[in-house]
Design a protein around this ligand. Structure first.
Ligand SMILES: [Zn+2]
Ligand SMILES: [Zn+2]
Length: 280
């Protein structure tokens, strides 16, 4: 079963997310449970959390099809002690919100060394941040997203993600989200069949297929290896249509959320329908 959806808006409250997903024919969705560009956000009321759960149930969205995304401000590998503390507190709050909403995964960008500490030290710091959060919570998996490697963002190679996972004590509560734009921009040429196969082979060899917990489905404005994170609508960027046909006919991507983060939300319904039309 393929669960294709998009990162939907939550204007008016998180309970609107499943309704917004349903309106575009999505079988999965992503959302922010707090303002992604602010450090503080008011708590979700019990009433709103209940409405979210009811809307998910009534529209057929199980927790395994819902991939919440954390705030962009959080840097779990920050070289600055005060910022690291602030990030860990916000990350814990994100986990608690997921629990409150009955969700089982939280997708996040690993972190950045900001050219102030070694990449390895930063990766170990990220693993420690995950351990601290997992120790303080239950039921929610930490889903690490691969990055394009823009600036000092880590997690652009599978080796780096494997190093983070190696440092996590509870391996049953860590997963990986593969963003197709980031993967391509990081240098994996998944636009062609051989490159697509080679990418999954490396993923399985270094990380392990069982860690795959979700995907972000995006084309890329920039070329392979550009290290620039600029999403494009499906089939309109440097990756092109073939990748999405491969994904839709690949059992490795069954039963996980496949989430569009493409720039034109007015065509998401068409893009989702197009994805399903690629299934043979
Ligand atoms: Zn993404
Ligand atoms: Zn991106």
């Amino acid at each position: 079963m393929k669960y294709v959806g998009a990162h939907v808006a939550v204007a008016g409250g998180v309970s609107s997310a499943p309704l917004n997903a349903k309106a575009i024919g999505a079988k999965a969705f992503a959302l922010f449970t707090r303002n992604p560009s602010r450090w503080t956000s008011k708590p979700i009321s019990e009433k709103e959390a209940e409405a979210f759960k009811i809307n998910c149930r009534e529209n057929g969205y199980l927790p395994e099809c819902i991939l919440p995304h954390d705030s962009y401000l959080i840097n779990l590998g920050s070289p600055d002690e005060a910022k690291l503390k602030q990030s860990r507190e916000a990350f814990l709050d994100e986990f608690m919100r997921c629990s409150q909403l009955g969700l089982t995964m939280l997708n996040f960008h690993p972190g950045s060394h900001l050219n102030q500490i070694d990449p390895e030290a930063c990766l170990d710091r990220i693993a420690e941040s995950i351990n601290i959060t997992l120790d303080a919570t239950s039921g929610v998996k930490a889903v690490i997203e691969n990055t394009a490697g823009q600036g000092s963002n880590l997690g652009f190679s599978f080796d780096q993600i494997a190093r983070i996972i190696a440092g996590v004590n509870d391996k049953s509560r860590v997963g990986v989200c593969i963003d197709t734009c980031h993967t391509f921009a990081a240098g994996y040429d998944i636009a062609v069949d051989e490159g697509y196969e080679a990418m999954w082979e490396e993923f399985d060899r270094t990380i392990g297929q069982s860690y795959l917990s979700g995907m972000h489905i995006n084309d890329s404005k920039k070329g392979v290896g550009s290290h620039v994170d600029r999403h494009e609508s499906l089939g309109k960027g440097a990756i092109g249509a073939r990748l999405f046909e491969l994904i839709m006919n690949d059992p490795r991507t069954d039963n996980i959320p496949l989430i569009l983060e493409t720039p034109d939300d007015t065509i998401w319904a068409d893009e989702i329908a197009w994805m399903y039309s690629l299934q043979k």
